[in-house]
Design a binder for this molecule. Sequence first.
Ligand code: C5P
Length: 236
Amino acid sequence: MPARDHLIVALDFPTAVDALVLVDRLEDQILWYKVGLELYLAAGPSIVESLRSRGFNVFVDLKLHDIPNTVAGAVRSLSTLGASFVTVHAAGGRPMLLAAAEAAAQSTHPPQLLAVTVLTSIDPQTLAETGVLDSPAGQVLRLGALAHAAGINGLVCSPQEVAQVRKTFGPESTLVVPGIRLATSAPDDQSRTATPSAALADGASYIVVGRPISQSANPAQAAANILDQIASADEQ
Ligand code: C5P
């Protein structure tokens, strides 16, 4: 697959104008954009439509986590926008995951649902403070199994667990991996990070990159560097 098929750029911006400025600066290098809470809440569903009308695939990353009826309704609403990927929190539990999967399956244009396992910003101590005494990897595999059993075939996990997740859930799983940093980039608030090539070599289907591109002095060059790394990982 071309390198562009593996890269999702996170548009974590306060306004649609800021987001579209980055999109323009990246020109035709990128096929996938991710709209998260900050941008979606500021710009509304029209930002998804703007990106779709420019021909991009859109990942709507709102990490739904509520009672089953509410999450099913949210999945139905997002399905009408033409989102390719939509996230739900696996920690919402089996009934919520089943309701989300059923709502997606009944949509005219079903998005692929991705279950968020353990956020890439969470380290073992932070996880323990939430009452989960297992390691992040153990909890990722537990939540991944729950999501799979509920009919959700895509998972979001950190680069540090992706090899184990790929081995456990097999080649059909869509594994989306944020927490990507170049050897030279700052970790920011991320804890469980790796480089683009390491994440892909370990089995990521897609990597999500935000600040290493969006906060770079030259975003087009940063994206090109990452695409080069993806292409060389593909050749190995
Ligand atoms: O700027 P950075 O590359 O850290 O952005 C990562 C993106 O991936 C953010 O939009 C964040 O919300 C998202 N994400 C994450 N960890 C998850 C799920 C999504 O960092 N487990």
